[in-house]
Design a protein around this ligand. Structure first.
Ligand SMILES: Nc1ncnc2c1ncn2[C@@H]1O[C@H](COP(=O)(O)OP(=O)(O)OP(=O)(O)O)[C@@H](O)[C@H]1O
Ligand SMILES: [Mg+2]
Length: 195
């Protein structure tokens, strides 16, 4: 007698995801077995959360196929709400103002609380954005950033408010900030509850 082996908890085949011109996922293939624990490790902004968000279609893949417990998530006829009920997810969140750009998130309290002028507040903000490696994200909104990038914006916002530390701090950011992009960001996990 032959028995069909159970399908993996998660199967991903040739998954692609782009945000405009930015191609984040470039043909991902992997499987997660039932009961298996998998850590996705990579630099900040490399696509870990995008990958997990694609699994339950919080992000719509640009191309590729995904199955969860044998159900094809990328099938246009899938009952997505029913399948999502079996998937748990912990989100990253850093309480940035969602309607303000990164630069405005960094300047608003400087201007209102510290009474800095716009030019000075922006100079401080851009200086701190550079320190956390996010110069190119000044005009982005928080929802357009990765979790770790939002975390770094929150750090830059905090640095922008501390005038005393501003005077004392070294000319380079602490090692822990500079190395952020080279460390694991185990802050987001998505596994089927039945796994
Ligand atoms: N909605 C969006 N619009 C535009 N770009 C986006 C959007 N969401 C994510 N990105 C970009 O896609 C890239 C991957 O983001 P993602 O959140 O997957 O990174 P991550 O690997 O989870 O990073 P981290 O470790 O910092 O959480 C980043 O460059 C990010 O700026
Ligand atoms: Mg992330």
């Amino acid at each position: 007698m032959t028995t069909t082996p159970p399908r993996p908890a998660v199967e991903i085949r040739d998954l692609h995801k782009s945000f405009g011109p930015l191609e984040v996922l470039k043909g991902i293939d992997f499987e997660v077995g039932h009961g298996e624990v998998v850590c996705v490790i990579g630099p900040s902004g490399s696509g870990k959360s995008t990958l997990l968000r694609c699994v339950n279609l919080l992000e719509e893949p640009t191309a590729g196929k995904i199955w969860v417990n044998g159900i094809e998530m990328t099938d246009p006829d899938v009952e997505i709400d029913a399948v999502r009920r079996g998937i748990g997810m912990v989100f990253q969140s850093f309480n940035l103002f969602p309607h303000l750009t990164v630069l405005d998130n960094l300047t608003i309290a400087q201007r209102r609380v510290l009474r800095r002028g716009r030019a000075e507040a922006e100079r401080v903000a851009r200086d701190n954005l550079e320190r956390v490696g996010l110069t190119d994200k000044a005009d982005a909104f928080p929802a357009q950033l990765s979790g770790g990038q939002q975390q770094r914006v929150a750090i830059a916002r905090s640095l922008s408010m501390d005038a005393q530390a501003d005077a004392l701090r070294p000319s380079r950011p602490p090692r822990s900030i500079r190395n952020w992009s080279a460390t694991c960001s185990p802050s987001c996990a998505s596994l089927p509850r039945t796994a």
